[in-house]
Write a protein that binds this ligand. Structure first.
Ligand code: SF4
Length: 310
């Protein structure tokens, strides 16, 4: 499988089958916190980077044997709305499956009518908005030329008016970058006009693109959450997993492939790999040691924790 990964256990979406719609790190932004590393192709050009029919062929193969999925999630390691065939892909998936379709997007192209139209038949759209001032936006999201927060916010407001599905807006906080009182007030004021179904407050918990980017501490996030709540915004803090019994999701015939497929996109700890794929920790440990010896993966240390990346 080149474009389909998982199923994996997602913090927000349960058991999710991931679809990669664009080549690795092709994005409109180059966020300092990005878990996939630095953007290698920063662009706003929409085109059929990967044909919808190629992705759909893989989806059909996986759906034949997939047991239970909560979502089919369009995202991957870049911005999925850059793929101009995303609308076709969503419509074709809806024809062959009842599983809800979610789209993870940075929202930077929602000012384009054709992008909003492409997403109309998704069940859930999770856009992000990290800053409303151009200075902070540039600092945290390092946008492609021509992108500015005003246009992105207008796109989000317009999308909310036209779209009938659910919108969960994600705000990613980086300590000392977009967490000042002024920055948070600006976000709250703007998000009240966007009116998403809920807001998800997130911060760094895997090695970021820039090692200098620091995660917001839990107390800081809690204070931000309270300010959102006091302004009548339905918000929640994205917490780490606390699931005891993860379902078995790895391809038992080729566990190494399942592990590589998972950590190719972003680094994970042994505990998370075990959780996402429903494998015992000692077994994951053994697989990771073998993959290291085969030089297929590497270790990254963040705050004393070891992450693995293919
Ligand atoms: S976090 Fe998302 S929007 Fe930001 S650079 Fe990474 S893939 Fe692009």
């Amino acid at each position: 499988m080149k474009y389909v990964f998982g199923p994996v256990l997602s913090r927000r979406l349960g058991i999710s089958l991931g679809l990669d719609l664009i080549p690795f790190k092709t994005c409109t932004l180059d966020c300092i916190y990005c878990e996939c590393g630095r953007t290698t192709k920063k662009t706003t050009e929409r085109k059929p980077y990967i044909k919808a029919s190629h992705i759909l062929d893989e989806v059909k193969q996986v759906l034949v044997k997939a047991e239970k999925l909560d979502y089919i999630t369009l995202g991957g390691s870049g911005e999925p709305t850059l793929n101009s065939e995303i609308g076709t892909l969503i419509n074709e998936i809806k024809k062959i499956s009842d599983i809800p379709v979610a789209v993870l997007t940075n929202g930077t192209l929602l000012h384009l009518k054709e992008v909003r139209k492409d997403l109309q038949h998704a069940d859930l759209v999770i856009p992000s908005l990290d800053a409303v001032s151009p200075e902070v936006f540039k600092k945290i999201d390092r946008p492609a030329k021509g992108l500015d927060p005003g246009t992105i916010i207008d796109g989000l407001i317009q999308f909310r008016k036209e779209y009938k599905g659910k919108i969960w807006l994600e705000v990613f906080f980086v300590k000392g970058v977009n967490d000042s009182d002024e920055a948070v007030d600006g976000l709250i004021k703007t998000i009240r006009t966007i009116r998403p179904d809920k807001v998800q407050l997130n911060t760094i918990d895997r090695p970021p693109a820039e090692p200098t980017a620091m995660s917001e501490d839990i107390e800081g996030l809690r204070l931000i959450y309270e300010r959102f709540r006091d302004n009548d915004i339905h918000a929640e803090i994205i917490k780490p997993f606390e699931i005891k019994d993860a379902p078995a999701l790895a391809d038992q015939k080729d566990v190494k492939r399942s592990v590589i497929s998972l950590i190719k996109r972003r680094p994970e700890t042994i505990r998370h790999i075990s959780l996402f794929l429903g494998l015992q920790v000692p077994f994951v440990n053994k697989i990771l040691r073998e993959l290291e010896q085969e030089k297929k993966i590497k270790r990254i240390i963040l705050k004393g924790e070891t992450f693995y990346k293919a």
